[in-house]
Ligand binder design. Structure first.
Ligand code: SAH
Length: 218
């Protein structure tokens, strides 16, 4: 299928960067470069391919969504990745955010609680040729102790932070997540301090699918 080829959709992708990201304050050149190169159309289901670069979230099955391009870029930019980091992602979904992170750090460890989405992400990431990614089907609220500590943690489902995450974060590292009850969230960034505490900053309101406990074997 021709649209499966990465060289297609080059123009919609450049347009997405120019109209949805730059005017809204995405200015980290590495983040812009990653957003301009990851083939987002390879991460959505075939009937939605023509909408892959539009300014919105899209369904990916099991009631979940691939986040709006701006939100992916915004959260990634808040992590301030330089390239050497080990990053933990909670909520792999279709693997798109994982792919963006993988271009900006040393290795991404990503956890998804729904089995079928975990498998879909594995297929998508293989097709887009992302090698520095480790995926696991499990409950992200537990973190991934075998590979801790992480230099940064990104949560892509909305709710409240698990204590495990701050424990598994290196001093000086950032945790970014949509925090709040129900479907009303606000982006928060916490930086772990050497004394065990953290500094926090709040950013814009947003809406994410909920952070849920346990594994779903669908
Ligand atoms: N970053 C994803 C966004 C997916 S939506 C993308 O680019 O497609 C958020 C995902 O978080 C959903 O797939 C949901 O199943 C998952 N999720 C929710 N709670 C979770 C938990 N406790 N552990 C792991 N994944 C979780």
């Amino acid at each position: 299928m021709p649209y499966r080829n990465g060289q297609f959709f080059e123009r919609p992708r450049q347009r997405m960067v120019a109209t949805q990201l730059k005017p809204r304050g995405i200015n980290d050149p590495r983040v812009l470069e990653a957003m301009a190169s990851v083939p987002r159309h390879l991460f959505v289901d075939p009937p939605l391919v023509s909408r892959a670069y539009q300014d919105s979230a899209l369904p990916i099955g099991e009631g979940q969504t691939i986040s709006q391009p701006y939100m992916v870029a915004r959260m990634t930019q808040l992590l301030e990745l330089k390239g050497h980091e080990k990053v933990l992602e909670i909520g792999t979904g279709c693997g798109y955010q994982t792919a963006v992170l993988s271009r900006l750090c040393r290795r991404v460890y990503s956890i998804e609680r729904i089995q079928s989405l975990h498998e879909k992400a594995r297929r998508n990431l293989r097709q887009a040729r992302h090698a520095n990614v480790m995926l696991k089907c499990g409950d992200g609220l537990l973190g991934w102790p075998e590979y801790a500590p992480f230099d940064a943690i990104l949560v892509t489902a909305g709710g409240f932070a698990s204590d495990c995450w701050m424990e598994q974060l290196n001093v000086g590292g950032y945790l970014v997540m949509p925090e709040g009850q129900g479907s009303v969230h606000r982006l928060v960034r916490r930086k772990k301090r050497a004394d065990g505490g953290f500094d926090e900053e709040y950013f814009e309101a947003c809406t994410f699918v909920p952070l849920l406990q346990g594994v779903n074997h669908h």
